[in-house]
Design a protein around this ligand. Structure first.
Ligand code: DGL
Length: 269
């Protein structure tokens, strides 16, 4: 890739969770222009209606595409990806990459064939998940926990607040009692950000699986086919949908990840 033909890739999430996916992609593909948008006006997506999420994600992606001529969009949010991908793909001609829970690898890695899906309350209820389980994990007993609290804890961690393991234990209490549970799908992009804390609460689990690396691989493949739309240089930047005070720790973290500018975008609900 030459300096003048760097693809513009948008990462979208309700909050900071998508940064866990971005990190994997940026590690593999450092030579792209990155935009990261979090819809903090509607955070958390966990318990919002499907129709509302579909409308928000379409509006925001369309808005940013008009402004920046995007080359690829990553919906770095399982709660949104499990419902929004068909409408986005209908609307956009650029590649749309979703993030969906890694049920298939978890079923393959598990020796006890007892696995868990840890996701948001919205994701665990989706038909999409029932199909994934039916297709890839028929040989397994699949437990599900939907948690908004864990999403909030991950948000707080990136803002520099300590994570209390007791809060995590309370959320995972059913699983703590299951000694043969050996593979957990981190089916929310916020959860890799608190993986070490989750691991401490579930010592019997040998595999914690997220989708970050698989997405990075997929994007690397798709970029071979992408014709970059704008040759202009741009800095990597963050967008949000509601004014907020960026705590020092979060600002430091975003800068360390390569983002140089933060801007508010106005989206009518
Ligand atoms: N990070 C999002 C996901 O992967 C959801 C967070 C939220 O509930 O807003 O599902």
């Amino acid at each position: 890739m030459t300096a003048l033909s760097k693809p513009r890739i948008l990462f979208f999430d309700s909050g900071v969770g998508g940064l866990s996916v971005y990190q994997e992609v940026q590690k593999r593909l450092p030579d792209c222009h990155y935009l990261y948008c979090f819809d903090n006006a509607f955070f958390p997506y966990s318990e919002k209606s499907e129709a509302l999420i579909i409308e928000r994600v379409n509006k925001i992606c369309t808005h940013l595409d008009r402004l920046y001529a995007l080359d690829l969009i990553v919906i770095a949010c399982n709660t949104a990806s499990t419902i929004v991908l068909p409408s986005l793909r209908q609307h956009f001609s650029i590649p749309i990459v979703g993030t969906v829970p890694a049920i298939k690898p978890a079923a393959e890695y598990s020796s006890t064939k007892h696995i868990g899906l840890l996701a948001t309350k919205g994701t665990v209820k989706r038909e999409y998940i029932d199909h994934l389980i039916e297709k890839y994990a028929q040989s397994c007993r699949v437990e599900k926990i939907g948690s908004t609290k864990l999403v909030e804890l991950a948000e707080r961690k990136l803002r520099g607040y300590p994570v209390d393991l007791n809060d995590i234990r309370t959320e995972l209490s059913e699983w703590i009692m299951m000694p043969d549970l050996d593979a957990i799908v981190l089916g929310c992009t916020h959860f890799p950000l608190i993986k070490s804390e989750i691991q401490q609460c579930l010592p019997q689990v040998s595999h914690f699986i997220d989708s970050g690396e698989a997405i990075a691989k997929r994007i690397a493949f798709l970029l071979n086919e992408v014709k970059v739309r704008s040759k202009n240089h741009m800095i990597s930047q963050v967008f949000y949908t509601k004014p907020f005070i960026i705590e020092d720790d979060l600002s430091e973290c975003l800068h360390a990840l390569g983002f140089e500018q933060f801007s508010l975008i106005h989206i009518n609900s």
